[in-house]
Design a protein around this ligand. Structure first.
Ligand code: FAD
Length: 513
């Protein structure tokens, strides 16, 4: 048992709780080969992308091998009160990757290299701390191959998104990222390293997928690959009404694969030129292309909708894609003058949010609070949601994108931990709020209150909905969130992390003494 390590971490923990010294400064000689971060970096692990909570850990360790993760988990398990949080890229918004007075593992050190494996098909063995953008770059550049399911933004770790879901416009067709994994290596809360798959230790495999980090630290994932297309036709079209928008989007995501787009997403935006963040300016694809307000009928509503589609060139070439896109778009009911399209490389298409990140960093909104709310809402309730939430509560927008697009439940394996609505078609509604620099506390409080109002509205109206990437503070909310799967979630926790060491920042279970 690594007692010197426990002594070290507990000493750090005392420093944090006494508030009389910075952690990380002393005692590093006790920790053997585990890499302990310096005090400044430990402070970084007390924050996340949300910039709304500050929860200092006792220490930040940088495991570079699975054995390091095993040792860190064993340290916590052998202590009387330590907890362990894996931190991917810290892109949670509510402290989910934090551990008050505990051990945070910086999973980024457990990053590339990746390895190509042949196991029936072709797959990549990817360390859990790799970013999806690194997986894309490695796969396309070295092998001309890529995974099928992505997130919009690729600066997220493989372990982080597999602990939640991983959703983008490919999910209607290929399922979310959690449905595109062949095998995982996991260090469970009892300090065991286990390899699991749909046929080997399958309960742990499905528990870890969407498991909010509760059952183990994912150290490696095997992700199936397919040949990557070189080019993509990227299209945006605008709708003046939700009924036509949602009808067309649902029709598109329920078509047979041979007749389907490769990507279907969409967003709601304010019918207002003066809002550069989520008004008309958010629709054109290429710099220099212009949104012509004259093409919007005068009687249009305060909220408009943009359907975003993509078609891979594959073997078709540009002319073949023209013909195919024309045929597929012909029945859609968008406003005919408002079509934006471009042919871009596959890598550029998948990296599109990276460019928005650069802008947000430049204008300061990447570093301000992000009270984001992601909800999955059943198609049977989405029209009412549109009337109540988009057109009333959010009629002035959220200072960032408001995504709304349909997904299919049948693409989510019910054995996975992630909770989704009951109906076959449900929508991802993502309210990606960026608080303006110098907007002050009042703006943040108003946004948080609005989020609360929206969830309250979904509950009081009895919608079939789930919060995606949830963050609740009390057990009653978690019980409600998981519904009839709560008992399974608790049983899995007892089986794989019996002392409740892991992922304390999710505030689902308290560490047993
Ligand atoms: P972290 O925030 O570091 O961790 C998240 C949770 O997972 C924590 O509980 C942590 O303990 C746990 N965890 C992390 N790594 C591991 C591991 N290896 N093993 C076990 N548990 C682990 N989501 C989408 O689905 N689609 C999107 O398009 C999308 N876009 C986003 C864009 C931005 C700009 C941001 C900030 C977030 C976006 N998200 C999106 C949400 C994102 O998927 C989640 O916040 C995800 O958890 C972030 O990954 P991360 O690597 O930063 O994880």
């Amino acid at each position: 048992m690594p007692t010197t390590m426990i002594a070290f971490v507990e000493q750090q923990q005392r420093l944090v709780s006494d508030g009389d010294a910075e952690p990380g400064d002393d005692g590093q000689e006790y920790v053997g080969e585990l890499d302990v971060a310096a005090a400044g970096d430990i402070a970084l692990a007390a924050q996340d992308f949300g910039r709304m909570v500050f929860i200092p850990p006792a220490t930040l360790l940088r495991p570079s091998t699975t054995d390091d993760v095993v040792r860190a988990v064993c340290v916590a398990r052998c202590s009387s009160r330590l907890t362990v949080a894996a931190r991917g890229n810290g892109h949670s918004v509510g402290g989910q990757a934090m551990a008050r007075g505990g051990v945070v593992l910086d999973m980024r050190r457990l990053g590339p290299p990746m390895e190509l494996v042949r196991c029936g098909g072709v797959a990549a063995d990817v360390p859990a701390g790799a970013l999806w953008e690194e997986v894309l770059e490695w796969g396309v550049r070295n092998h001309g191959m890529a995974p099928t399911s992505w997130t919009d933004y690729l600066g997220l770790t493989v372990g982080g998104t597999l602990s939640n879901g991983g959703i983008s416009g490919q999910a209607f067709r290929h399922g979310p990222q959690v449905a595109n994994v062949a095998e995982l290596e996991v260090v469970t809360g009892d300090g065991e390293r286990r390899v699991c798959s749909p046929s080997l230790c399958s309960d742990l495999f499905f528990a870890a997928l969407g498991g909010l980090g509760q059952f183990g630290v994912i150290t490696r994932a095997r992700i199936p690959l397919v040949p990557a297309p070189k080019m993509v036709r990227w299209i945006r079209v605008v709708y003046k009404g939700f009924e036509e928008y949602a009808g067309d989007a649902e029709w598109l995501v329920t078509r047979a694969d041979s007749e389907a787009f490769d990507y279907v997403e969409g967003f709601a935006f304010v019918n207002d030129l003066s809002d550069p963040v989520n008004g008309w300016g958010s629709v054109p694809i290429l710099p220099g292309s212009v949104f012509e307000p004259a093409k919007i009928p005068a009687e249009s509503e305060p909220i408009l909708y943009c359907l975003e589609l993509a078609l891979h060139h594959n073997h078709r070439g540009a002319a073949g894609v023209d013909e195919r896109a024309k045929e597929m778009m012909w029945p859609l009911r968008y406003m005919r003058g408002l079509v934006f399209a471009a042919d871009v490389s596959y890598v550029d298409f998948l990296s599109r949010v990276g460019r928005a990140e650069e802008e947000a960093r430049a204008n300061g909104t990447w570093a301000t609070p992000h009270p984001w709310l992601n909800i999955l809402v059943s198609s049977s309730d989405i029209a009412d949601f549109d009337r109540t939430v988009f057109k009333r509560v959010l009629r002035r927008g959220v200072g960032g994108p408001m995504l709304v697009y349909p997904l299919l439940r049948s693409k989510w394996d019910p054995r996975m931990s992630v909770a989704v609505p009951e109906s076959e078609v449900f929508y991802l509604v993502a309210l990606l709020r960026f608080i303006a620099p110098r907007a002050g506390d009042a703006a943040l409080e108003e946004a948080v209150a609005q989020n609360r109002e929206i969830i309250g509205c979904c509950r009081s109206k009895g919608y079939d909905f789930k919060v995606y990437i949830p963050h609740y503070e009390n057990e009653a909310d978690w019980v409600r969130h998981f519904g009839r799967d709560w008992a399974r979630f608790v049983e899995r926790k007892r089986r794989y992390d019996p002392v409740a060491i892991l992922a304390p920042g999710q505030t689902i279970f308290a560490r047993a003494r």
